[in-house]
Design a protein around this ligand. Structure first.
Ligand code: 4AD
Ligand code: MG
Length: 451
């Protein structure tokens, strides 16, 4: 008999008779003559109940001894279940331990804290919760490629090793080798694929890059990690307003995709970790995202403070880089939906952003969402060669090191806009998981590096 997956069993249990399965034991209990194994194989988030009986099951005594975490092969009949919340169970004829797990298997059947599970990042994906979250991660990665492919974007593999600091924030990891001076200048891990994506947008019009990015930020918050994945589309002939439209369309597409293709996963998370999740996601796909100019946001925050509201940091002025508490207040309390902040003061944004006519702001936008804050940062790019060179100088950026990038402006660079969506931040939003370290398999952040 061929083995089949639990996913197939769930799909076809009404017409299935005898099945053979391989997978792992989540729990096992027995009462002498009858026993129950909760069994999973990773092909869907559900476990299957296996029933073994002294009267029906070969190796009944072996089945009683199998421990949580063990690998088993079973054969049996799909039968209707008497339990209310379960359509079927499998009455075992054959039972075989493929590999018994040691007694100290850490995932015994009890509630574990997220902190503890983070300390066993090599095992936590075997729990319902992490199995579900990482499955959603995989589905959304697929959806991202799907969205861009359907909309005629070309995928560009931008380099991981680079010699430029795209964001100019000085948060680089340096790359070295045994060989001294392997490269002719300092090499770093990329903080963003944007600059290279811009070069490709000038050849294909619509491109995107989707890969790991690295930032040596010391902030150990629940929203920062040192290695995260970023989706960065770049579109030639696109301005900031068209860009915000693209961001909103993209984010809603991904949420709709999840609601349709990760129904069971979202229902599970809704039940187990965040009871408002499903409704929140449904609301977002119907909501029109709010657009607020930075200067208006400053006015609102100031007026709230003068009405008596207290932030941890109440020093609000035009030119301030808003903290996450301010961003969250705007999208959670004032608007209660996703908010685009745009037209930021030029001093607090990157050198490549397009200067507005007012002489003080740049055509940049951040998308803020309730519960998290910033998930997207984007902008129209400065297309004027002289202006961008001047901006580099005022930021102390050496123009000869990125002359290739600046030179793009001299060869038909009419307009270009793009954004970066933090993949893990977005996953937090779509799963309701409140720590970024719990939506990426092996998180890296300031401090010890395990696994
Ligand atoms: O706002 P950022 O720094 O924008 C850029 O890197 C641009 N080059 C994007 C572009 O226009 N092509 O980062 C983009 C997003 C943030 O909004 C946030 O979601 C995420 O990346 N991000 C992080 N996610 C996790 N950990 C960190 N340390 C992050 N830093 C940024
Ligand atoms: Mg940003």
């Amino acid at each position: 008999m061929e083995t089949i997956s639990i996913k197939e069993v769930f799909k076809n249990y009404k017409s299935l008779d005898e099945v053979r399965l391989v997978g792992w034991v989540r729990s096992n209990r027995d009462s002498g003559s009858i026993g129950f194994i909760s069994f999973f194989d990773g092909t869907c988030i559900n476990s299957v109940q296996l029933v073994y009986k002294k009267t029906d099951t070969e190796n009944f005594d072996e089945a009683r001894t199998v421990r949580t975490g063990s690998a088993i092969m079973v054969e049996g009949k799909v039968v209707p279940s008497i339990k209310e919340n379960q359509n079927f169970e499998i009455l075992l004829k054959g039972f075989k331990i493929l590999k018994q797990s040691d007694e100290d298997y850490p995932l015994q059947k009890k509630e574990h804290t997220s902190e503890f599970l983070r300390s066993i990042a090599h095992l936590r994906q075997r729990t319902n919760k992490f199995n579900t979250v990482m499955k959603i991660r995989s589905e959304i990665a697929f959806a991202i490629h799907n969205f861009f492919h359907q909309n005629d974007f070309v995928w560009v593999s931008t380099p991981i090793i680079t010699s430029n600091d795209a964001e100019g924030a000085g948060e680089n990891f340096y790359v070295s080798s045994k060989e001294k001076n392997f490269f002719d200048k300092n090499a770093t891990l990329t903080v963003s694929g944007q600059l290279h994506a811009e070069a490709y947008a000038q050849a294909y019009k619509r491109v995107y890059t989707f890969g790991p990015t690295f930032r040596a930020e010391k902030s150990n918050t629940n929203r920062h990690i040192s290695e995260f994945w970023m989706v960065e589309p770049e579109v030639a002939f696109c301005d900031i307003n068209q860009l915000m439209f693209l961001i909103e369309t993209f984010v809603k597409y991904l949420i709709r995709f999840a609601l349709k293709n990760c129904k069971e996963e979202i229902a599970f998370l809704n039940k187990s970790t965040d009871s408002g999740l499903a409704q929140r996601l449904l609301d977002v796909v119907d909501a029109e995202f709010v657009k607020v100019e930075y200067k208006e946001a400053i006015r609102i925050l100031k007026s709230k403070i003068s009405e008596g509201h207290r932030f941890e940091d109440n020093d609000i002025y035009f030119g301030k880089d808003l903290a996450s508490e301010h961003e969250k207040y705007l999208c959670e309390v004032i608007y209660n939906k996703p908010v685009f902040l745009y037209n930021f003061p030029q001093e607090i944004k990157a050198f490549y952003m397009k200067q507005n006519h007012d002489g003080t702001t740049v055509a940049a936008c951040d998308l803020l969402v309730p519960g998290i804050g910033e998930i997207v940062g984007g902008s129209q790019r400065e297309d004027d060669y002289k202006k961008i060179v001047k901006r580099c100088q005022s930021f102390g950026i050496k123009t000869d090191e990125i002359d290739w990038y600046l030179n793009l402006r001299r060869y038909g660079y009419f307009k270009s806009s793009g954004f970066g969506l933090g993949f893990e931040r977005f996953l937090m939003y779509i799963t309701g998981i409140n720590n970024i370290k719990d939506v990426i398999p092996f998180p890296r952040s300031y401090g010890p590096i395990n696994f």
